[in-house]
Write a protein that binds this ligand. Structure first.
Ligand SMILES: [Zn+2]
Length: 385
């Protein structure tokens, strides 16, 4: 007998999707989860971050080892709702698929983690060790929530980490890092008939971005066996305001997806060097790395990964591949100070519809993860024979 029926499992996901925690208001998700957990005898703590934003931490069991399991409570903007076939904040079933913002990324994973806690607690599990749920705010932009949990010491005694981001039937043990960088080029305005009186802010900025493309694309030979190559892209550019004036200001923003072989520090150093080259020719360019999350890669044959692959195969009927995924997760923060031997996986229900219109999770897969997580957590925590 399950503590929570299939109908209730679907209702919980429905309720989570109905909370529009679009890069904000995670405290409402936390309050909902706190009540749900309390209804089943599990105490939890809401840890305020700022305004309407908070993390939530809950534990079952006691002592070592501590298995940390984590999911984020925020979602990305659904965009133009008219492009959706149904209301993004009303979980809607069509042909075995559950549609809604966060259905895949990652309210289904979060719901399955919470349901696993409740099921295990009702069975008097775990009898050995602790399961610590870390529900985070702000994962989609800046990963502030996981940074706070790290700083508050919630990973210090953790023996392993599972993040329930949507991988589907795939066990990830590596992901790329990410950097957001703003370049601001200052020039001197002049009438375009007398450009010699001014300094064009756009020219050196364009050169810098070209140099970046050259360095990180054409010249780049480094690649990670799990993650592939680093990627470098200018994503925003603006400058000037009148066609017959020499522009005195131009800005560009760049997103870099890093790999262990070319980490964030290395990229920052290289870009500083490219900025210095422009400065030598009289340009004034400021560089601001306003977001920087490192890549993570641990070995893929940890006990946690082996158990996930085995249980995933039993549930799905197919052999699970293991490897890397491109997107950053809260592990960029949570794994700080842990080595490549630390058991870490990203493993949760969902698919590649994250951040898209008509995002969905297969209903079967969501329910299968609700059953799989409790087995995985107890198997990992039970002493090795
Ligand atoms: Zn996510």
């Amino acid at each position: 007998m399950s503590e929570i029926s299939e109908a209730q499992r679907l209702q919980i996901l429905h309720n989570l999707v109905a909370i529009p925690s679009v890069n904000d208001h995670e405290v409402q998700v936390a309050q909902y989860l706190k009540k749900l957990l309390a209804d089943h005898g599990i105490t939890s703590k809401i840890l305020p971050v700022s305004g309407d934003r908070a993390n939530l931490v809950a534990e079952i069991g006691s002592g070592q080892p501590v298995l940390a399991v984590s999911g984020h409570m925020d979602v990305v903007d659904p965009g133009d709702k008219r492009q959706w076939d149904s209301d993004p904040f009303a979980l809607t079933e069509r042909q075995g698929k559950l549609f809604g913002r966060g259905a895949t990324d990652m309210k289904s994973g979060l719901a399955a983690l919470v349901i696993a806690m409740i099921e295990l607690h009702a069975q008097g599990q775990p009898q050995h060790g602790t399961i610590r749920l870390l529900a985070t705010m702000g994962e989609e932009i800046g990963e502030l929530g996981s940074k706070q949990l790290l700083d508050d010491g919630y990973m210090k005694d953790a023996a392993a980490l599972l993040i329930g981001e949507p991988t589907g039937w795939y066990v990830a043990h590596a992901h790329k890092g990410s950097m957001d960088i703003r370049f601001t080029s200052h020039g001197r305005a002049a009438h375009s008939s007398m450009p010699e009186d001014g300094f064009n802010a756009i020219d050196p900025l364009l050169q810098l971005l070209q140099d970046g493309n050259h360095l990180f694309r054409e010249m780049n030979t480094k690649t990670n066996e799990l993650l592939g190559p680093l990627t470098f892209n200018t994503t925003i550019i603006s400058g000037g305001h009148q066609v017959n004036s020499i522009p005195d200001l131009a800005t560009a923003e760049v997103n870099v997806r890093t790999i262990p072989e070319q980490n964030n520090d290395r990229v920052e150093k290289e870009l500083k060097r490219l900025v210095a080259i422009q400065k030598e020719s009289g340009a004034q360019i400021d560089m601001d790395v306003y977001m920087s999350q490192p890549s993570r890669a641990v070995k893929g044959d940890s006990r946690l990964a082996d158990l996930a692959a085995k249980l995933g195969q039993q549930a799905s009927g197919k052999e699970l591949k293991r490897g890397g995924i491109p997107p950053v997760t809260d592990a960029s923060n949570l794994l700080a100070g842990k080595g490549p031997g630390f058991p870490f996986i990203v493993f949760g229900p969902g698919n590649a519809t994250a951040h898209q219109v008509n995002e969905f999770v297969p209903k079967d897969m969501y329910l299968q993860f609700c059953d799989l997580y409790p087995q995985l957590f107890t198997a990992f925590l039970s002493p090795e024979k």
